[in-house]
Design a protein around this ligand. Structure first.
Ligand code: DAH
Length: 352
C-alpha cells in the first residue's frame, strides 16, 4: 500500500534542505529565525504534530515515529549550531581535527656522525684550542702541490713512498702538470704558503687516496689531518710540545708517546709519533708488532719547501705534521681493523 503524504509531512523528506538552511545561519539572529520557523510554537514541526491528529490510525502509526525522529534531529542540530556559535573559533577547529595530545608520537629517527667524522672534528678542535685555524683543500690535486713544492722532484725515488692514483689529465700550461688523487693532505702546505705570509698556524682535515692493498692497518682511502706552523724562531721543542699536548687532549695524560726519527722529503729532521698499543698495552702483538701504533709523521719544514713558495728559510722556521685519523680512532675506541670503518655495517657504526 502506498500512502499519500499530507502536504506538511513532506518536511520529513526536506531534512537536508532544512539542515543546509541552519548551516547558513551564522549569527544569533539568523539562528533564532530558523528556530522560530521550524521549532517555534507555531513552527512547521508543531503544525505537523497538530496535523497528525487528523490522520487515520494507520497513518499516525506510520508517520508518528517519523515526525518524532525529525523533531529530535532538528533539536539536536539546533543545539549544536548554538554551541558552535558560542565556542571560540580555535576550539572549534581543534575539535574538528580531533587532536589528542596524549597519543604516543611518531618515532623520529636521527642520523649520526660517522666515527671518523667525529674523530677528525675532535682532532681539529684539539688544535683549534691551541690557536690553529682550519682549512680544507681539493681531493683532486696537481702533482705540483702533491709532490714538486714538497721537495719531491719529478722522477725522484721518494715518490715511491706514495702509491699514486693518477688522473688522466695534464695541465696544458704545464704549471701544475699531471693531475692525481692527493696521496696526503700535505699539498695544502704549498697552497697555504703561496697565499699567506707568516705567522701561520693551520690544520687541514681531508680525505686522501693510495693505490695500495688493504689490511688491518691500511685502507686505499683514509683521512688525514695536516698541520703547519710557520713563524720566526719556531724550534723542534715547539713541535714536541704541541704534539704532546695534542696526545694529552685526545688520549688522556696516561697514554705513552714515542718519537722516532723518520724520513719525509719535506721535513728535516723528520719524526714519526706513536702511541702505546691499546691491545697489548705496549707489550707487542699481532696488531701493532712492537707495542706501538704510529699515528703521524712530522718534522721541521725543509728549507727547500720554504724557498719553493718564496719564503726566506733564513728568516722563518716551522714544523709540520700529518695525522692518520683512522689510527687515532682505532686507538681511542680499541678497534682492531681499519676496514671496519668503511664496511658500512650499521651494527658497528651505531656504537659511536
Ligand atoms: N704526508 C705524510 C704522509 O702522508 C705525513 C707527514 C709526514 C706529513 C711529515 C707532514 C710531515 O706534514 O711533516 O705520509
Amino acid at each position: 500500500m502506498t500512502m499519500q503524504l499530507p502536504p506538511d509531512i513532506s518536511l520529513v523528506s526536506e531534512l537536508h534542505a532544512i539542515e543546509a538552511e541552519l548551516a547558513a545561519a551564522t549569527n544569533a539572529t539568523a539562528l533564532e529565525a530558523w528556530r522560530v520557523k521550524y521549532l517555534g510554537r507555531r513552527g512547521r514541526l508543531s503544525q505537523l504534530t497538530q496535523q497528525l491528529g487528523s490522520l487515520s490510525l494507520e497513518q499516525r502509526r506510520a508517520f508518528g515515529p517519523l515526525v518524532n525522529d525529525a523533531k529530535r534531529t532538528l533539536e539536536d542540530l539546533f543545539a549544536a549550531a548554538q554551541r558552535a556559535l558560542q565556542e571560540p573559533k580555535a576550539a572549534r577547529e581543534s575539535a574538528a581535527h580531533h587532536l589528542d595530545v596524549t597519543l604516543p608520537g611518531k618515532p623520529v629517527t636521527l642520523g649520526r656522525l660517522h666515527p671518523i667524522t667525529q674523530t677528525v672534528r675532535e682532532i681539529c678542535a684539539a688544535f683549534q684550542g691551541m690557536g690553529f685555524d682550519v682549512a680544507e683543500g681539493p681531493e683532486v690535486e696537481w702533482e705540483r702541490y702533491n709532490f714538486d713544492l714538497l721537495n719531491i722532484p719529478r722522477d725522484h725515488p721518494a715518490r715511491d713512498m706514495w702509491d699514486t692514483l693518477w688522473i688522466n689529465w695534464t695541465d696544458p700550461n704545464e704549471e701544475g702538470r699531471r693531475m692525481l688523487l692527493r696521496t696526503h693532505t700535505s699539498p695544502m702546505q704549498g697552497r697555504i704558503m703561496e697565499q699567506a705570509k707568516p705567522p701561520i698556524r693551520v690544520v687541514v682535515p681531508g680525505k686522501v687516496f693510495r693505490h695500495e692493498a688493504t689490511d688491518a692497518r691500511h685502507e686505499w682511502h683514509f683521512f688525514q689531518v695536516e698541520g703547519l706552523a710557520v713563524d720566526r724562531g719556531i724550534t723542534f721543542a715547539d713541535l714536541k710540545g704541541t704534539l704532546y699536548e695534542f696526545a694529552r687532549r685526545i688520549f688522556g695524560a696516561d697514554r705513552r708517546v714515542r718519537f722516532r726519527c723518520d724520513y719525509f722529503p719535506f721535513v728535516e729532521p723528520g719524526v714519526e709519533m706513536a702511541i702505546d698499543c691499546f691491545l697489548c698495552k705496549g707489550e707487542g702483538c699481532s696488531l701493532c708488532g712492537d707495542g706501538w701504533i704510529e699515528i703521524m709523521g712530522a718534522g721541521m719544514v725543509h728549507p727547500n719547501v720554504f724557498s719553493a713558495v718564496g719564503y726566506d728559510p733564513e728568516e722563518y722556521t716551522g714544523f709540520a705534521f700529518g695525522i692518520g685519523a683512522e689510527r687515532v680512532a682505532m686507538l681511542k675506541h680499541g678497534i682492531d681493523d681499519i676496514r671496519r670503518f668503511y664496511a658500512n655495517d650499521l651494527r658497528f657504526l651505531r656504537q659511536f
